[in-house]
Structures are given as C-alpha cells and as structure tokens.
Design a protein. Structure first.
Length: 348
C-alpha cells in the first residue's frame, strides 16, 4: 500500500462526518502550475473558494500522478478543501535539499493568493518525509503566519540522527545507542540528499552514481563502496567515508569531518532546530515502532514546542494502518487526530 493511502484512510468518512461536511456534489481534479511547480489541484465541484491544504506526499517516483496520491487529494477535496499536491524539486527521487523546502514555501506563498483559497491561509499535510518538509515550511518566517495547521504522519525531526540510523543501523535515544535497522531505501535517500551539498566534480560524480541506483536495490551503496575515494576529491571522499561506514563508534568522527556545507544543510533540513518558529498548531501521529523514523523523533518535536501534539498508536504503520491491531480505542484515537487536523485547517 502506498503511503498516501494512510492519509486517505485516517482522514476518511469518519473525519468528514465529525467535521460536519456533507462531502456531496463531487470533486474536480486537474493539473496546474503554482510558483513554477507542477501541481495537482483538487476541489469540490460546487462553490468558488474553500479552506486550503497543501498535501506533501512522501518519496515516490510518480509524485502527484501516483494513483494513491490522487486518491488522497480527491478524498480531502471531498471533505470540502481546495487541495494542492506539488511535485517538489527532488522529492520524487529522494534527493531532499534546500530547493525542496524552497519549492514548498513558494507554493504556499503563491497558493494563498489563489482566488479559490479562502482566507489567504493554508494548511500543510504530509506523510513521512513530506511531514518533515511541511514542518520546515511552516517554520519559515515568510509564511509562518499564513499556516493554519501542520498535520502528518511519522516525520523525522533531527536529520543527523537519521543519517546515523541510515548508515549504521543505530539510533542515539536519550544518550544511549540502540539498534534500529531501517530499510535500504532510507540509506539511498539519505545518500542522495547529502550528495546535494557537495560542490565540484566529486559531488557531480556522486550524484550521478547515486541517481543510477535502482530505488529497490537491497544494497544501494555497493557501487559507492567500489569507488576509489582518491578520485573523488576531499569533500566527496569525506561524504563517501561516512556513507559506507557501518560502525556506530566511528559515526561522530566521520560526521565531524564532513564539509561544513553538508552539516549546515543537515541542520536546515531538521525541523527540531527551528520548531520554536512555528506559529500554527502541529498534529503529528506515529506508531510506537515506525519502519523508518523512531518515535523519539516525533516525541522530541512535541517536547520542544507546546504547539506540537503527538498521537501514538500501534494501529499505525509507517505507511498504513495496521487493521489487525486496531481496536475500538485506537480507532477513536486516530479519528480524534484526524478531526483536530481538519478542524484546524478550516480556521482560515
């Protein structure tokens, strides 16, 4: 099941009824260009202006054209929203950087001026890394006051910790190292994202090599390990050394040896560092044991800001509800998360 399906299931019929929206009259979908970025636009067939949401999907090659992403937009539009799903730079291939966040901020800045956007404010809704991007955009002073709510599933808050996890299979939680195996796709996304921070021929070579790796490769850094670091140059070689290292005891040393530009980029992609700049409420939900991002990531965000509320439920996987584990109490908990998010988004 695609990650967008979880949003459609969590924000489904129960949330629509609880929000007091009939959802009748059909939905219209079409492609637009917003702030120079291709986007899917969905809205109710009736009316001319609605409370608005930007839906930031997780990493998927098909982006806004993925059937489940389109279904998510249609479901949300059916609850009475104007929904934009932008194909942000780098998101489709898992190369997340400043351009990705800047693209989302640009979509919000342009979107609030659309005639169909009621109240010139927007909510941000995300899945996985899309939730992280939504938080980063909401922290940006250019749009912070225009955001009604940030809502999403299973974000990361501190990218340095996720780099450690993706490369060494360990996670520093409350000062203690613990094993936390993550899938090879996360390793590939981290590698592609960090490679954006390396200038020159070495960086270009790294990006080309990583772009050629299949997204489903069970050993995505095999070709990188085979590369002679001497031919990459100092900065690219430092990143290669970090990425191919699997020893948790060496991580801090190798991370400190990275070029300052890469470490600065990691901080900029860490919403925990700027969570104090949030002006809108944030509704987050995660499983006790997420497939990619430890629960402690969401817990740290909630502990750092009174605006962040965290819902934890074993009924959530990283991408989908675990129906076999979902009892009545968990359905109520998840539904309450959905209702709070939708109601906050309507306060435009």
């Amino acid at each position: 099941m695609h990650p967008a399906r979880q949003i459609t299931e969590v924000l489904g019929a129960q949330a629509r009824l609880a929000a007091g929206v009939a959802g009748a009259g059909g939905v219209r979908l079409g492609d637009e260009v917003v702030a120079g970025i291709p986007a899917l636009m969905a809205h109710p067939a009736r009316g001319s202006a609605w409370p608005s949401l930007v839906f930031v999907n997780g990493v998927t090659r098909e982006g806004r054209r993925h059937p489940e992403v389109r279904r998510a937009a249609e479901q949300l539009a059916g609850t009475g929203f104007l929904v934009l799903v932008p194909d942000l730079p780098g998101l489709a291939v898992g190369a997340l950087g400043d351009a990705t966040v800047e693209g989302l901020v640009g979509v919000v800045r342009a979107g609030i001026h659309l005639p169909a956007c009621r109240g010139a404010r927007m909510g941000l809704l995300g899945v996985s890394a899309g939730t992280t991007l939504a938080l980063l955009a909401a922290e940006d002073e250019r749009v912070a006051e225009r955001i009604t709510v940030v809502a999403g599933l299973a974000p990361f808050g501190d990218l340095e910790g996720i780099v450690r996890l993706a490369t060494t299979g360990s996670y520093l939680d409350d000062g203690r190292l613990a094993s936390y195996p993550a899938g090879p796709f996360l390793t590939l996304v981290i590698a592609r994202s960090l490679a954006l921070g390396v200038a020159g021929k070495g960086g270009k070579a790294l990006r080309k090599l990583l772009a050629a790796v299949d997204d489903d490769d069970p050993n995505p850094l095999a070709t990188l390990r085979a590369v002679d670091p001497a031919g990459l140059g100092g900065k690219a070689a430092a990143l290669r050394a970090l990425l191919v290292n699997a020893d948790p005891a060496r991580f801090d040393e190798l991370y400190a040896a990275l070029p300052a530009a890469i470490r600065d980029g990691v901080r900029r992609l860490s919403p925990l560092a700027g969570v104090g700049r949030l002006r809108a409420p944030a509704e987050l939900a995660s499983a006790p044991r997420d497939k990619y991002f430890p629960l402690a990531e969401s817990e740290a965000l909630a502990a750092a800001s009174p605006l962040v509320r965290l819902t934890v439920s074993p009924a959530l996987g990283h991408h989908r509800p675990q129906s076999s584990l979902t009892g009545a109490a968990e359905l109520v908990r998840i539904n309450a998360f959905a209702v709070r998010a939708l109601r906050a988004a309507r306060r435009c």
